[in-house]
Design a binder for this molecule. Sequence first.
Ligand SMILES: Cc1cc2nc3c(=O)[nH]c(=O)nc-3n(C[C@H](O)[C@H](O)[C@H](O)COP(=O)(O)OP(=O)(O)OC[C@H]3O[C@@H](n4cnc5c(N)ncnc54)[C@H](O)[C@@H]3O)c2cc1C
Length: 392
Amino acid sequence: MKVAISGAGVAGPAFAHWMHRAGHEVTLIEAAPHFRTGGYVIDFWGLGYTIAERMGIEADIRKVGYQVREVRAVGADGRVRARLGVDPIRRATHDRYTTVARGDLAEVIYRTIENDVETLYSDTITSLDNQPDGVRLTFRNAQPRDFDMVIGADGLHSTVRSLAFGPESWYAYYLGCQVAACVLTGYRPRDDDVYVTYNLPGRQVGRFAMNGDRTLVLFIFRSENPYIPHDLHSCKALVRNHFADAGWETPGILAALDDVDDLYVDVVSQIRMPEWSVGRVALIGDAAACVSLLAGEGTGLALVESYVLAGELARAGNDITRAFDAYEARLRDFIEQKQNGATKFISFFSAETRLGIAVRNALLHAMNLPFVGDVAMKRALRDDVDVPDYRL
Ligand SMILES: Cc1cc2nc3c(=O)[nH]c(=O)nc-3n(C[C@H](O)[C@H](O)[C@H](O)COP(=O)(O)OP(=O)(O)OC[C@H]3O[C@@H](n4cnc5c(N)ncnc54)[C@H](O)[C@@H]3O)c2cc1C
């Protein structure tokens, strides 16, 4: 089949990997002029980890990943308020767990197919004619083309979703926060293999030291009027406005933003859709069912969705309708559970009051007790879904 995939993030290249393996002809369409490697670090475990093993990329992910020792919460004066060691997580996952920068993970996946599939950069689908015998696409730059199947893997603000299912506002649920992430070079201090977070009411700044003398910085802030600026200068201004009065190392971090040339700013939202496919068009990853960064595993779930969709296509002998239905039937309840669980974590990331922050720190502290930590982690990290080995 000729398969068009909009979006070369995480879900798109992962689906391209499986479809190429199955012998299909794949075209990736990416709006950015080159492969995007930005974003914060993510924890990688569970089913996503299993799929990475099946893709044969687990060793590469571990190579670019980090073995985190603890999460550390500090106050405005830099003094440690709470620590959480990762031993309960390692025990709950049987050490099938690593921390990796989103961009590094995306790159490892993309490298498996970059020479085998066509990627149209700086382009985007502008119209989509979804007919029983095929889909005709028009593009901003390329000439119109016909495909057997079109997959929207173009993230939270998916264009394929808008074209095939209706505007984002019908499906997006804003969770009250915005996020910004960037990489600083030569930043000090480093605290290797420790997530350091500083909370003040309604806001959080976190940093994580990476190899190559880089430090990833994450900002989360409550915002009643969410706004995603379209140019770098305005993104920096937005972050500076929200954190101007913050203590700890924030003034130094804001000053270092001067030298940053890639600042990711977005809303923290979920996508909830009544259906993930229509005709010959289906959605995967954030485009279909964004769980938000509060779930901590959007990237792993994007891998699971890519694998299951490719697996169900193989099982259905490429009967698109049957495969799309089976993909959704297998995963919908599981993803909805993850979405519901994620919304409970808002106050963990951006507690609204000083009391809320103190409670969060106390909870972090309590998780170090062996029994409490083990029980909580086993529950939090459980994947309640049956994903067969499709032997792709
Ligand atoms: C640069 C970047 C940084 C991120 N940083 C974080 C972070 O710090 N924390 C976090 O929780 N999540 C972050 N995310 C989101 C996270 O990657 C996803 O939640 C998760 O990996 C699911 O992946 P996905 O492939 O569905 O979406 P994404 O990884 O978002 O990939 C979507 C891809 O589609 C492309 N695209 C968008 N619109 C179009 C279009 N019209 N036509 C063609 N291509 C299009 C985008 O450029 C992107 O490459 C980031 C995403 C990006 C792109």
